[in-house]
Design a protein. Structure first.
Lengths: 142, 164
């Protein structure tokens, strides 16, 4: 089985920023409630950055990171820790290329009941158009 | 890659990420899709209220000012093409519009070489309000649109790259 897994830097920066802003607000709140004044120094900033790197990485891996494995029979897609999709190509009948905005694409697979699964090709740094044709061939069973 | 495939990719890019965003947010593209008895090489679906374009202000603006109409663009690559095939395709598209609550559609025929005068005249005289039709000769990039607002908008927004 071929496995694809790429780091999405935009999502990683987003996760890091969420933690950095969160830790900074928490620090200011705590220090203001404890001392009645606001002060900040480089050491606190470095500690906040270090904690944000760790927290951001954990948040990114548990929520956004996409790992996609496939062969000629089917695929397994794991997004974060919770969302896992394991399907066979033959369960699907139609494929579409989906533009999600801002140049981000996904491949949408429709099954016979018209329910769909999206493969985030931009997150996997694949060429959306080429991968769509590859998936169409896999669905046809070629 | 064949000339048709290259042309389909150009059209798909123009519709999904190019100038056609001014007309509608074409966000989903199907290849080799059969509708009724007719097989289309490409069908791109969209909505006139853009959901994937712009950031916050554009989205708020489009939400309050633009109508939410589902639309589509059908593209068919043809070799020999007569009025009978044209009418069958038109019927399939119009039925699809009605059955799927689509407000309007573009229908584009691609051909290597010029279309016959008979077909060109038939398309030029079409006056469907909900359907814009265009014939594109992929060798010379000549576009023959139908005589309706939607037809005339096809060459305006869908610019194909000139190839040497």
């Amino acid at each position: 089985m071929k496995t694809l897994s790429r780091i999405q830097y935009s999502k990683l920066i987003l996760s890091f920023s969420v933690f950095l802003i969160g830790f900074t607000i928490l620090y200011f709140l705590t220090i203001y409630l404890a001392t009645g004044s606001l002060f900040y120094n480089r050491l606190i900033l470095l500690i906040n950055i270090a904690l944000s790197i760790v927290g951001g990485w954990i948040l990114y891996k548990s929520r956004y990171h996409v790992a996609f494995s496939f062969d000629e029979l089917g695929f397994i897609m794991q997004r974060g820790k919770k969302e896992r999709v394991e399907r066979e190509w033959r369960e699907f009948s139609r494929v579409s290329l989906l533009h999600l905005g801002g140049g981000v694409f996904a491949i949408r697979l429709y099954d016979k009941q018209d329910k769909f699964v999206d493969i985030p090709v931009s997150a996997l740094k694949l060429n959306p158009s080429e991968f769509r044709f590859q998936v169409m061939q896999l669905i046809k069973g070629k | 890659m064949t000339d048709f495939e290259r042309c389909l990719l150009d059209i798909e890019n123009e519709l999904m990420t190019g100038k056609c965003a001014w007309v509608a947010d074409f966000n989903e593209s199907f290849r080799a899709l059969k509708i009724g008895d007719i097989s289309f090489d490409m069908v791109v679906r969209g909505n006139t209220r853009g959901k994937t374009m712009g950031f916050l202000l554009s989205r708020i603006y489009s939400y309050f000012t633009l109508p939410s109409y589902d639309v589509a663009c059908f593209v068919s690559c043809v070799d020999s093409f007569g009025e009978r095939a044209l009418n069958a395709t038109l019927r399939a598209v119009i039925n699809h519009l009605k059955n799927n609550d689509l407000q309007w559609a573009w229908l584009i025929f691609l051909r290597k070489g010029p279309f016959s005068d008979e077909i060109r005249r038939a398309v030029e005289n079409m006056k469907f309000q909900e359907l814009g039709v265009a014939l594109i000769d992929v060798e010379s990039n000549t576009v023959t649109p139908s005589n309706s607002y939607l037809g005339r908008s096809i060459p305006k927004y869908l610019k194909l790259k000139r190839r040497p």
